[in-house]
Design a protein around this ligand. Structure first.
Ligand code: FAD
Ligand code: SF4
Length: 479
């Protein structure tokens, strides 16, 4: 690239993602972002400097060849772009929508230091959606290996593990406790951010690869991991961290105070926001959401869509420390969500239903060794806020259902101990990955863990070269 072209590219503004108007979209659950057209994608991809050392790749937890796929988009070679992304990311339409790119690939992109980083996430979504709408996603079925693997949990870790194992010719059965596959992708993340059809398309692709989904099948109740080992050669545990944490303050058991998991699952999977639902969710006029992560943002935006007149996020730190994605915070503001910072709830009051929330003001302390500023309560600063519904979104703990499985080592936090490279647990033939190993993390990390475990399981099964070179290469890159 000549210096002139480089300079011109550096001056090009980032191509905005077309999105629906904030006031209109807060009235329904349709997707907020509309996606790039071919022209917009080419325009944005043209900004990429094609760095000799693409630091964006260092920021990607699964090492997608970003420069190469972006170059293919810039040249209109969309199928090739999708193929390159698919080498390392088995859920690109999902990750393109929900990954915190600002802390990953886009956070590392050199263009961020000059103007704005390349919109890598939007481009990833574009190539994945385009490939899906063109039906370009078919993968040939591998020759059967004669080995069988049980996957427990159908979140991103389980789906990615299943995809790679099926691609290697293994017989894969996914056991899912809920009535719909997808894990947090369907029960947690709302439709307006990640349409269910996108997840369903991924599940459909796996089914075409030969993966079987057994739904309403919670392992650990009627059936144990040992029962699964009786009829499968290996087991992968990807059951996530779906146990909600609470604040432990007085009044938390009042009617109307609930976890974000319960609130989101009821709306996302049971349509509880609709008046004709069997067990409709009551939101009332004033909704308070406690927390500052993606879950809090999903809950508060869902509350608005479910009919709340005012929906407010209360976070005990400042906006700078909010773990939620920057785009989600902006979208929430555009839709009318209020934010209150440096306020921490210390109790809920009401007769049987919550009516009031008591909060204490917080102040920041000097940064600690980790450079992060703490917070401490300001004595005598209590305030009361009237509320009809409170949604608590202060984190999740690992699901304890399989913790007592003989042979598994579990940490004090409830996470399963594994070998980092292969996902192998202390129990022979049993692997684990995703949030059940790391605690609550991200979709891409869960997906990467699922892929590493698939490679570990394949090695464990000793099947070796049952597959084509392409899949072999992908497995090596995932490890
Ligand atoms: P999960 O997605 O939790 O899937 C586990 C599956 O296992 C579930 O379907 C569960 O029903 C099933 N299961 C549990 N126990 C059993 C059992 N005993 N038997 C059978 N099945 C069982 N990350 C991002 O990167 N970007 C985001 O924008 C984002 N937003 C989020 C919003 C919310 C509301 C939440 C809760 C999380 C969000 N995350 C986000 C985090 C991300 O979704 C998780 O890190 C990721 O889904 C973890 O994947 P997993 O496969 O380990 O587990
Ligand atoms: Fe392109 Fe940014 Fe990666 Fe450089 S760092 S190759 S500009 S996406």
């Amino acid at each position: 690239m000549t210096d002139t072209t480089r300079r011109e590219r550096m001056k090009m503004p980032r191509t905005p993602m077309p999105e629906r108007d904030g006031r209109l979209r807060a009235l329904d659950f349709d997707e907020v972002n509309l996606g790039y057209t071919d022209q917009l994608a080419i325009l944005e991809a043209t900004r990429c400097l094609q760095c000799a050392r693409p630091v964006c790749v260092d920021g990607c937890p699964v090492g997608v060849r970003i420069g190469d796929f972006v170059a293919a988009v810039a040249e209109g070679r969309f199928d090739e772009a999708a193929r390159i992304v698919g080498e390392d990311n088995s859920l690109p339409a999902i990750c393109g929508r929900v990954c915190p790119q600002e802390n990953q690939c886009e956070g590392a992109c050199v263009m961020g230091r000059r103007s704005s980083p390349i919109a890598i996430g939007h481009l990833e979504r574009f190539v994945a959606d385009r490939a899906r709408s063109n039906g370009d996603e078919s993968e040939p079925r591998a020759a059967p290996s004669g080995r069988s693997v049980a996957i427990v949990g159908s979140g991103p870790a389980g789906l990615a593990c299943a995809a790679d194992l099926a691609g290697l010719g293994h017989d894969v059965i996914v056991y899912e406790a809920l009535h719909e596959p997808g894990g947090v992708l369907v029960y947690g993340i709302p439709e307006y951010r990640l349409p269910k059809a996108v997840v369903a398309a991924e599940v459909g692709r796996l089914e075409r690869l030969g993966v079987t989904f057994e739904l309403n099948a919670p392992i650990g109740r009627a059936e144990s991991i040992d029962d699964l080992l009786d009829r499968h050669d290996a087991v992968f545990i990807g059951i996530g961290a779906g146990l909600p944490r609470f604040l432990g303050v007085p009044g938390e058991s009042l009617v109307g105070v609930q976890s974000a998991n319960e609130f989101l699952t009821r709306v996302n999977l049971m349509g509880a926001n609709r008046s004709d639902a069997e067990t409709p969710v009551f939101v009332g006029r004033r909704v308070a959401v406690i927390g500052g992560g993606n879950t809090a943002l999903d809950a508060v935006r869902t509350a608005l869509r479910a009919g709340a007149e005012s929906a407010t996020v209360y976070y005990r730190r400042t906006e700078d420390e909010m773990p939620a994605r920057v785009e989600e915070i902006r979208h929430a503001r555009e839709e009318g969500v209020h934010f209150e910072f440096l306020l921490n709830p210390v109790g809920f009051e009401g007769k049987s239903r919550v009516e009031k929330m008591r909060l204490v003001r917080m102040r920041q302390t000097e940064p600690g060794e980790d450079g992060r500023r703490g917070v401490e309560p300001i004595e005598g600063s209590d305030v009361h806020v009237p509320v009809d519904t409170v949604v608590v979104a202060v984190g999740n703990a690992p699901n304890p259902m399989l913790a007592n499985t003989p042979g598994l080592t579990v940490t004090r936090m409830g996470t399963i101990v594994t070998d980092e490279e292969s996902g192998l647990t202390d129990k022979p033939g049993v692997f684990a990955g995703g949030d059940i190993v790391t605690g609550g993390a991200t979709v891409i990390l869960a997906m990467g863990a699922g892929r590493r475990a698939a490679a570990g399981i394949d090695e464990f099964l000793g099947s070796g070269g049952t597959t084509d070179g392409n899949v072999d290469r992908r497995m090596r890159r995932a490890t």
